[in-house]
Ligand binder design. Structure first.
Ligand code: TC6
Length: 703
């Protein structure tokens, strides 16, 4: 009998190593942080498996990931660059055709190209906590390494369409039920790999061959998805190509793979791919701030001042993340309303399946307390003020907080526009004062602007970011100015929409043009949803300081004078009733009257012109926000708009869009618009410089 060969792991390259255990071989992947299938990983796997295939003593191979996960996908950073051998699709075909059978162990996540590698192996074992998925569609592409062909052969067409067009990962258990994995087992990946390789060699783990599909049910599922996606995602490119690719799984494998490849290339060339990948990195880039190395302060107890929509939403978000929350209000009536809103929000979380019903009861009885005086917040580690937008009210609250809050507590204001320096100045501890600007509904929207005032301590900033992580929000660092990043830009481009409305475009035309561009809602739909009274109050606040040269549209104020505040009153720019929303004819009458008063003969705006003016206005103010240092990098502005303002993800954000349009073209547009209003339309210095000397905002993200 041969003596079993045992070897310490030997390196194939920096990220792949091989260990021999008798007639079994283990191939370990170690490419932190997520074992992305970079060129080195692909090359290492290829090299390891081809060496092992040549060894007649090796009967089976176990492939597993070291660190926190199996392969989390192709290396996204390589997209858009010239492909380097071995290509992932070629590697997958090579693995599938290996004479020496291969089993892989999935722990952490096997996503995208990672799952495609797994599907090419001859068997798959997942640990119970593992997740598998094909999220390529969220990046504007499709599973291009055989996923659209091999998943249907293992899990069926309907289950694969669901996974591939939604991009959502599924649990190990679900993957087992659908046939994507062969077993779910507890254990360390290396141990499982050895055991499974042995079982594969023994024949106790079957080596599954896949067959061809072509049934009526499959064809029906394909047609159903095609119809559904045309309705739900008409603007997106890749989901439709995903369906086409899955349809090709009814062909012989080689033909299906060929079709998949060509559809994949179409997706790679689509600008949506670049926008969606930019959005993926934006979500992660924003946490790279100067204060990232600071140790955040410990937060367990949070105080929230104000039980309105925002305060209750913030309290809900904190409760859902496991914090103890004390809500305070001026009087019992306000407190009761706030507590009722929190209970309603938690009920909504139960209905959406985000929270178990018994957990909701526990939260309400154990983690939430309330009071009508600020003294109740003396134990809080973080206090978030969310009362209405009036500086005097905020100042008096912070003066009081300075007396009652414990030393070291972070004192935050949820103001959307006001000066945090002025608020901090009424306390004896400006280093603890910060802006935490949530977006409504605060327990749903992902954006959190962390507003850093002149004297805010670095560890208070780090605390804001740590809080966002716990709340599963995207925190973006912002400087102090009227409206910070998001609302400052919004205040500016809203005027561009209002000027178009004064000059002849209807609110509905503007909204339709912008929703067709990809926004979740048009500006007038947003006005109505947020409440016109809020914008009316801002208009009044700014009236005294509004420069005489600035053009002003009084339409919104006039609508508010009628008591129409948008959705909450059933009327605004639109009328809302059980039949849905339709343009408000009385608002249109006001618009006509105001045009006549201003001596304007209304003119026609094409959808293209509306988008051009709207986006150019948004981008030009975004550039000024960057010039003023209010945002750290262009990508921070993109994240604010993607996660807080319904900006179409496939367009990557305003600054990514600016790069697509090009600096020279933007300058040309602003100069043309400036012929009719040279006060509003001004070329930002940075844009002019970029138009003259070249350069992109993408480059500025790196610096
Ligand atoms: C595909 O596979 C296509 C195949 C067809 C080919 C023909 N590449 O999210 P985290 C980085 S498409 C490169 O904070 P988590 C990430 O940027 C791909 N880098 O961690 C971050 O870097 P930073 C399909 C990647 O534990 C760091 O890793 N796959 C990749 O919260 C940590 O990431 C996907 O779409 C990557 N693929 O979540 C999966 N993935 O520290 C995308 C991550 O320098 N990834 N990074 O900022 C994820 O969903 C999550 O990262 C996760 C881990 C669930 C794997």
């Amino acid at each position: 009998m041969d003596t079993p060969v045992q070897s310490a792991a030997s390196k194939v390259n920096d990220v792949v190593s091989v260990e021999r255990q008798g007639s079994m071989a283990l191939v370990a992947l170690n490419n932190p942080p997520v074992n992305a299938a970079s060129q080195a990983l692909r090359q290492g796997i290829h090299q390891a498996v081809s060496d092992l295939q040549k060894d007649p003593g090796i009967k089976a191979i176990g492939l597993y990931g070291e660190g926190r996960t199996f392969i989390a996908g192709a290396d996204i950073r390589e997209f858009g660059k010239p492909p380097q051998d071995p290509w992932l699709p070629d590697l997958c075909n090579f693995l599938e055709n290996s004479e020496t059978p291969i089993v892989c162990i999935i722990h952490g996540t096997a996503l995208g190209g990672g799952l495609e590698v797994a599907l090419s192996c001859h068997a798959r074992i997942a640990v119970p906590s593992a997740k598998v998925g094909l999220p390529e569609v969220t990046l504007g592409i499709l599973p291009g390494a055989g996923g659209t062909q091999r998943a249907p052969r293992l899990a069926g067409v309907a289950a694969s369409l669901d996974m591939i067009t939604s991009g959502k990962p599924v649990s190990a258990q679900k993957a087992l039920e659908s046939g994507l994995v062969d077993a779910v087992e507890e254990g360390a990946p290396r141990d499982l790999a050895l055991k499974a390789a042995q079982a594969l060699a023994d024949g106790t783990l079957s080596h599954r061959k896949t067959g061809e599909l072509d049934t009526d049910a499959d064809q029906q599922a394909i047609e159903a998805y095609r119809k559904k996606l045309q309705k739900t995602q008409p603007l997106l490119f890749s989901p439709h190509r995903c369906v086409d690719a899955v349809e090709a799984s009814t062909l012989p494998l080689a033909d299906g793979l060929k079709k998949e490849r060509s559809l994949f290339q179409d997706c790679m060339e689509s600008p949506q791919r670049a926008g969606l990948i930019h959005a993926f990195f934006a979500e992660r880039a924003v946490s790279k701030i100067p204060e990232a190395k600071e140790t955040p302060r410990q937060i367990a107890k949070i105080g929230v001042i104000g039980g309105g929509t925002m305060g209750s939403g913030i309290a809900t978000a904190c409760l859902l993340a496991g914090f103890d929350v004390t809500l305070t209000e001026r009087d019992q009536g306000g407190l009761d309303r706030g507590l009722a809103t929190i209970a309603k929000n938690l009920d909504g979380a139960v209905k959406r399946g985000k929270l178990a019903a018994d957990k909701r009861d526990q939260i309400l009885s154990n983690n939430l307390s309330s009071a009508v005086e600020l003294g109740a917040l003396s134990e809080a580690d973080l206090i978030i003020e969310a009362v209405f937008e009036e500086m005097d009210v905020k100042r008096s609250i912070f003066t009081e907080l300075d007396k009652v809050a414990k030393q070291g507590a972070v004192l935050a204001s949820n103001t959307s526009y006001l000066d945090i320096n002025e608020i901090a100045a009424v306390t004896s501890r400006p280093q603890d004062v910060i802006g935490l600007h949530f977006f409504s509904p605060a327990h749903v929207m992902r954006l959190l602007e962390v507003v850093v005032a002149d004297k805010t301590a670095p560890d208070a900033v780090a605390t804001g970011f740590a809080l966002a992580k716990k709340l599963k929000k995207v925190a973006v660092r912002a400087g102090v100015c009227d409206g910070f990043i998001g609302n400052r830009i919004l205040s500016f481009y809203k005027k561009a929409a209002d000027y178009m409305m004064m000059d002849g475009a209807s609110p509905e035309e503007v909204d339709t043009a912008m929703t067709n561009f990809g926004f979740a809602m048009g500006p007038y739909q947003v006005y109505d949803l947020a409440g016109l009274d809020i914008s009316w109050a801002t208009n009044k606040r700014r009236a005294a300081t509004r420069p005489a040269e600035e053009r002003y549209s009084p339409i919104l104020d006039r609508i508010c004078e009628e008591g129409w505040f948008g959705r909450k009153t059933g009327r605004g720019f639109y009328i809302y009733d059980e039949t849905g929303a339709r343009p408000n004819p009385d608002a249109l009458k006001i618009i006509d009257e105001e045009r006549a008063k201003a001596g304007i003969t209304p003119r026609k705006f094409t959808a293209e012109e509306i988008v051009s003016r709207f986006m150019t206005a948004m981008i030009s103010e975004a550039i000024r926000v960057l010039e003023d240092g209010i945002a750290l990098r262009p990508i921070d502005i993109d994240a604010v708009y993607l996660f807080g303002y319904g900006f179409p993800r496939f367009r990557g954000g305003p600054m990514h869009t600016a790069d697509q349009i090009g600096a020279a073209e933007l300058v040309k547009r602003i100069e043309a618009f400036a012929e009719e209003d040279s006060y509003y339309w001004q070329v930002p210095a940075l844009l002019r410089q970029m138009a003259e000397t070249g350069g992109t905002f993408a480059e500025k993200n790196k610096g």
